[in-house]
Design a protein around this ligand. Structure first.
Ligand SMILES: CC(C)(COP(=O)(O)OP(=O)(O)OC[C@H]1O[C@@H](n2cnc3c(N)ncnc32)[C@H](O)[C@@H]1OP(=O)(O)O)[C@@H](O)C(=O)NCCC(=O)NCCS
Length: 159
C-alpha cells in the first residue's frame, strides 16, 4: 500500500536509507536530511510503501511544470529484506498509472545508475525503455561522477 509520507516516518526512512544496499545508490541520508528533503522538500510527492502496516520503503514523483515539456519522473527505495519480491515493480507501476490516468501525463522518466541492473529490470517490466546513457550524471557516495541510464515510458507503453 502507498500512503503520503508523514513526519513520524523520518526515523524509519533514515534507517532504510542507511542500509548499504540502499545507500550505495541513494547516497548518505540522516534523519535531518530525510526531514528536509523527503518530508519537507516540497518539490516531489512522497509516499511510503507499506506491507502489513510496516513501512518498507518510499516512492516519489516529480512533475515538470513547464507546459511544453510536461512529464513526470519517479524514484524509490525499498529495504533490502524486501528486495526481489516484486514490490518495486508494483510501486512503480502504481505510481505510473496514477501519473498517466489521474494526472494526465503522456510521458514518464526514470534514471537509474547504469550498473543498477535490479532497478533497470524492474522498470523495464513496467514498460520503461532505455533512451541512452547520461554520462557522469550523478555523484555517488564515493564522491565520483557516475553514468546513469535515462529510461522513459509513453502512456501506451504502460503494462
Ligand atoms: C531497485 C528496487 C526499487 C527494485 O525493487 P524490488 O522490489 O527489489 O524489485 P522487483 O522484485 O520488483 O524486481 C526486480 C527484478 O530484478 C531482478 N533482479 C533481482 N536481482 C537482480 C540482479 N542482481 N541483477 C539483475 N536483475 C535482478 C528480479 O529477478 C526481478 O526481475 P524478474 O522478476 O523479472 O526476475 C529495490 O531493489 C531497491 O530499493 N534498491 C535499492 C535502492 C535503489 O536502487 N533504488 C532505485 C534507484 S534508481
Amino acid at each position: 500500500m502507498l500512503r503520503p509520507v508523514e513526519p513520524e516516518d523520518a526515523a524509519t526512512l533514515a534507517a532504510i536509507l542507511a542500509e548499504p544496499e540502499v545507500s550505495r545508490w541513494w547516497g548518505r541520508y540522516d534523519v535531518e536530511r530525510v526531514r528536509s528533503e523527503l518530508i519537507g522538500g516540497g518539490h516531489s510527492e512522497v509516499f511510503v510503501i507499506e506491507v502489513d502496516d510496516q513501512v518498507v520503503g518510499s516512492v516519489q514523483y516529480f512533475e515538470e511544470p513547464a507546459p511544453g515539456y510536461r512529464h513526470a519522473s519517479i524514484d524509490l527505495f525499498i529495504h533490502p529484506e524486501w528486495h526481489g519480491k516484486g514490490l518495486g515493480t508494483d510501486a512503480v507501476r502504481t505510481v505510473a498509472r496514477h501519473l498517466i490516468h489521474d494526472r494526465g501525463h503522456h510521458r514518464l522518466a526514470i534514471d537509474p545508475a547504469v550498473t543498477n541492473e535490479k532497478a533497470i529490470r524492474a522498470y523495464q517490466r513496467v514498460g520503461f525503455k532505455p533512451v541512452g546513457v547520461m554520462r557522469s550524471y550523478e555523484r555517488g557516495p564515493d564522491g565520483e561522477w557516475h553514468d546513469c541510464l535515462l529510461m522513459d515510458l509513453l502512456a501506451a507503453d504502460l503494462h
